[in-house]
Design a protein around this ligand. Sequence first.
Ligand code: PGA
Length: 248
Amino acid sequence: MRSKLIAGNWKMNGDIATARILARAIADAAQDAACDVVLCPPFTALSAVAAVIGSGKVALGGQDCHSAISGAHTGDISAAMLADLGCRYVIVGHSERRTGHGERDDLVQAKAAVAHAAGLTAIICVGESGRERDAGEALTAVEAQIAGSLPDGASAGNTVIAYEPVWAIGTGRTPTPAQIAGMHAHMRRVLADRLSSDSADSLRLLYGGSVGADNAAMILALQGVDGALVGGASLKADGFLAIVNSCY
Ligand code: PGA
């Protein structure tokens, strides 16, 4: 039985004061949540949010890390630095990194590998573009991304995969319930070819892309959906908590 996970990706939003208030409201209300909860603030607010959430129910995650362990990489942050700040998770391969920073599967794979080496759980993002969806290539595009982005040693204990169709992120558009469930079933089959049967069964597969209080219950009830990666709706405590409370 896979427990559900709701992760909030705050992206490049907010200052430290706002981050503290948001984290406090979520941490207080999510103590007894039926799912795991992760907050991924911007790097600048990680330490403030770490102090607010302590070692309670809500876990901390970074939004990205470098693929090297350390070294001359001006402006970058290593997985070990995130772990040092109290992070337990890191998002890698988000489509905004793939598109905005030209990150490809092999780089995402290297980032996930260093995340694992630092003891972090990598939330590896995959998802087809609108063109691929329209061309009937969504399943093969996601399959290729999983093949290229999952490092050796990936397991249910150190990896979560988030299916985020690029055309659904921040747009208010979502795939149909059948499309989401179909993709999750496909991803589970792909994992079965790649991982031990235990890990292929128990690795959590999230959906992301315009998840909000209005559609969370429906999406989280779909067969094979083990949680959500939430962007815009994670910036308001009430909306995010409504999604957390949609988990059963
Ligand atoms: P969204 O973003 O919820 O604002 O669509 C999701 C994400 O980018 O992870």
